[in-house]
Design a binder for this molecule. Structure first.
Ligand SMILES: NC(=O)c1ccc[n+]([C@@H]2O[C@H](COP(=O)([O-])OP(=O)(O)OC[C@H]3O[C@@H](n4cnc5c(N)ncnc54)[C@H](OP(=O)(O)O)[C@@H]3O)[C@@H](O)[C@H]2O)c1
Length: 315
């Protein structure tokens, strides 16, 4: 099968063996697969796939049709349209995944949308609701707001009755972010918020968190999800943390156990996937590339200024 890998630090599309099913698995014939920052890190040799996932095929999310299942998996899944996060191997003609991680798609979700939704919506959902315990009326500050996770988070938070401030590097996508549900818009360079934050979804890193950490509401919850744009070393006034009784936490999705990811998939299936079908939740598309042109897709991904996802498609 054709798959996206890395040879001598270059993105290549090569012929590799199809994945073998393990107990509990489903095999997906992939129709679309999103790019994520972690793929770029892996391509640069900084973020290897966790044990049990292909070390040589990129891709943390994909969507397609279930073409086979292991003997211990419900065979009625065969033929269903699904999306999922994977620990690696999503950018290929076929991908294997524990069947418990599948998100079964409504008929009206197109493949490009489906290919770009699993990693971003799962990450944003987990951070906002399971870690930050988001409540109606909370003021949520989302940094890196024009990217995949940010655009998902704005929609999820808004739908849950929160008020969202979206922070971007510059102002070029502010109107689109308002359309997604952001009430307030600001930039990292001219940071200005209308009210203290109850929840901060930190997608940029220390350079942004240093700005917001001095504007926290009592009992604020800060969840650090990405540090790629702003670094990992934070200078923090502990007295302000004490006086607000704020908590700062962080997480990664990729290395979680099969059971933890299955629990998240059930929550997404229950709370999010129908909304993608009705159009209540959107996956803004920055660009679509054929799998054969994966190197151009990665080149585009590495550039600043995109709005939403870059997705590979397979015919
Ligand atoms: N912990 C986890 O499990 C997990 C899961 C998924 C993603 N992540 C991480 O979360 C972050 C966001 O993911 P994503 O998929 O949304 O990425 P993305 O689509 O590439 O979006 C990143 C956004 O951050 C902005 N940004 C980058 N550097 C910046 C800086 N120095 N100042 C201000 N804004 C900056 C980008 O703006 P420009 O376009 O202007 O550069 C872009 O809008 C990434 O670091 C990713 O690795 C973590």
């Amino acid at each position: 099968m054709r798959a996206v890998g890395v040879t001598e630090s270059k993105i290549v599309v090569a012929d590799v063996d199809r994945p073998l099913l393990q107990p509990g698995d489903a095999l997906i014939e992939v129709r679309a697969a999103g790019l994520n920052a972690a793929d770029l890190l892996q391509a640069r040799g900084w973020y290897p796939a966790p044990d049990g996932w292909p070390a040589d095929i990129l891709g943390l999310e994909c969507a397609g049709v279930v073409s086979a299942v292991a003997d211990d998996v419900d065979s009625s899944l065969i033929g269903r349209r699904v999306a999922c996060i994977v620990g690696g191997g999503g950018q290929a003609q076929f991908a294997r995944v524990p069947a418990s991680h599948l998100l079964v798609l409504p008929d009206d979700v197109d493949w490009v949308t489906a290919g770009g939704l699993a990693e971003t919506f799962t990450t944003a959902y987990d951070a906002l609701f399971l870690q930050a315990q988001l409540r109606t009326g909370d003021h949520v500050v989302v940094s890196g707001a024009a990217g995949g996770v940010g655009t998902a988070a704005i929609q999820l938070a808004r739908r849950a009755g929160a008020v969202v401030t979206a922070v971007t590097r510059d102002a070029r996508h502010h109107e689109e972010l308002r359309d997604l549900g952001a009430s307030y818009l600001t930039t990292t360079a001219n940071y200005c918020v209308h009210a203290p934050a109850d929840v901060v979804l930190e997608l940029v890193g220390a350079a942004h968190l240093e700005l917001v950490v001095n504007h926290l509401a009592p009992r604020a919850r800060v969840v650090v999800i990405g540090v790629g744009g702003g670094g990992a070393q934070l200078s923090l006034n502990l007295l302000s943390l004490m006086s607000t009784r704020a908590t700062i936490t962080g997480s990664t999705l990729r290395a979680r156990s099969i059971d933890e990811k299955a629990e998240l998939a059930r929550a997404l299936q229950r709370d999010v996937i129908d909304g993608v079908g009705t159009g209540a939740f959107r996956v803004p598309l920055a660009a679509e590339f054929d799998l054969a042109d994966a190197s151009s897709a990665y080149e585009a991904f590495a550039h600043s200024g995109k709005f939403g996802k870059i997705v590979l498609t397979l015919k």
